[in-house]
Design a protein around this ligand. Structure first.
Ligand code: DCP
Ligand code: MG
Length: 408
């Protein structure tokens, strides 16, 4: 989710048949739909400008104004931007200084994770009310399989509308939902009519929907892959669908099979309510190699900030910090530090605050100095995670992602 790209007006213009109706589990003649890959009814729910909306809800003075959640200092990054701020181009993961330049009236607000967690618990209760098959991806989004819903409502579209209403009633926040017959399409659909929107993609419509999309909207296609695809003449889903599997394998290796299916709107992954996350982390590749101790320390601080935010968002608690360095000759060096489990404490002993995480990270770097040569990449990971002590959410993993995500 971290690298989300928001181009709402363009997307809406590109595809608009999102009339509320339900994806049937079968074709008109009653036969199972090939493309539906198992007749599921999937909803993806994603809160609108989540952290920023919570702040606007709790402080009326912020309503209707451009708001960014995050630090405004030199090294700060925007975690969330209100829709008023997005009109100026402000978005998640943008350096705060850039955001301020784009929108001089931008109001920066410090994050309050307790409030976000509380809202997250409320929305999950709404989801669980309708189905036990809930796969949270982060505090503010989840996949739901409502093929057989608890209340026997039957219509996935109706359930999605009810969920949006219930969320609004319980949290005074708005959610967008996508309804379709697989996870890939449901997630694309929830993004389609944001904010406060609903979009339904029925069996048979997936391929046409995907054809219109810029390839950047395909989950997993980051800025680098985008550049490469454009060089190969692939700008949209239709361009991608026009390439055969041999071409895709030659150019994208193991990513090819996913791309081939995605370009046809096919995704067979089930909704998995209990995904086990092994680690949370992030890494940064530099445009110029770094060797000086001062620059290394500064970079580490940036990575600490971003990774800790990610840890909080994932509600993860872990015991081991790992520092990864990739040298200019591509050799990788990792060093780790752990807090020993404390047998007499029911909770064990976890790295529970940022200060401790930061201290352990700094110690790891100091122990590595001086480096034998400059590095091209630095990363931090928290692992040895809590498996359930703090509640149901600590061990969930983001969608189909590797546990570690690139920072940029
Ligand atoms: N978040 C973050 N850093 C990022 C991206 C997101 O801290 N790089 C946090 C803040 C967001 C929350 O996660 O409010 C949810 O992320 P989303 O990508 O769903 O973005 P929003 O909910 O803010 O906006 P949207 O309406 O586009 O979903
Ligand atoms: Mg969101």
């Amino acid at each position: 989710m971290g690298s989300k790209r928001k181009l709402f007006p363009a997307r809406r213009a590109a595809y608009s048949p999102c009339v509320p109706h339900d994806p049937p589990a079968t074709n008109d003649d009653g036969s199972p739909d090939e493309e539906s890959g198992g007749l599921r009814k999937i909803i993806h729910v994603d809160m609108d400008a989540f952290f920023a909306s919570v702040e606007q809800r709790d402080n009326p003075q912020l309503r209707g104004k451009p708001v960014a959640v995050g630090g405004s200092s030199g090294r700060g990054v925007v975690a969330a931007a209100s829709y008023e701020a997005r009109k100026f181009g402000v978005k998640s993961a943008m350096p705060s200084v850039t955001a301020k330049r784009l929108c001089p009236d931008l109001i920066f607000v410090k994050s309050r994770f307790d409030a976000y967690r509380e809202a997250s618990r409320q929305i999950r209760a709404v989801f669980e009310h309708h189905t036990p098959l809930v796969e949270p991806l982060s505090l503010d989004e989840a996949y739901l399989d409502v093929t057989e819903d608890r209340l026997g409502i039957g219509s996935a579209t109706r359930i999605a509308e009810l969920i949006r209403q219930e969320i609004r009633a319980k949290t005074q926040l708005t959610a967008s939902a996508g309804v379709s017959y697989n996870k890939f399409l449901a997630k694309l659909a929830s993004d389609q009519n944001k904010p406060d929107g609903l979009c339904v993609i029925r069996p048979g419509e997936g391929a046409a929907f995907v054809a219109t999309l810029p390839i950047r909207r395909f989950h997993g296609v980051g800025p680098k892959a985008e550049v490469k695809m454009k060089r190969l003449g692939i700008e949209t889903g239709a361009d991608l669908a026009g390439k055969d599997i041999a071409f895709l394998r030659a150019n994208f290796g193991s990513f090819a099979d996913y791309l081939f299916r995605a370009a046809r709107g096919i995704d067979l992954r089930p909704v998995r309510p209990h995904r086990i996350r092994k680690s949370v982390g992030g890494e940064r590749t530099f445009s110029q190699d770094i060797g000086a101790a001062g620059a290394l320390r500064d970079t580490l601080e940036e990575i600490i900030d971003i990774v800790w935010e990610r840890i909080e968002r994932a509600e993860a608690r872990g015991r081991t910090v790992t520092l990864k360095l990739k040298y200019t000759d591509f050799r990788i060096n990792t060093r780790a530090k752990s807090i020993p489990p404390r047998a007499h404490s029911p909770q064990g002993d976890w790295i529970e605050d940022k200060a401790r995480f930061a201290t352990m990270s700094r110690e790891l770097l100091e122990e590595a100095l001086p480096l034998p040569m400059p590095i091209r990449l630095m990363g931090l990971t928290l692992s040895n995670l809590d498996r359930g002590g703090s509640g149901q959410d600590g061990d969930r993993e983001p969608p189909g992602d590797t546990a570690q995500l690139s920072l940029l």
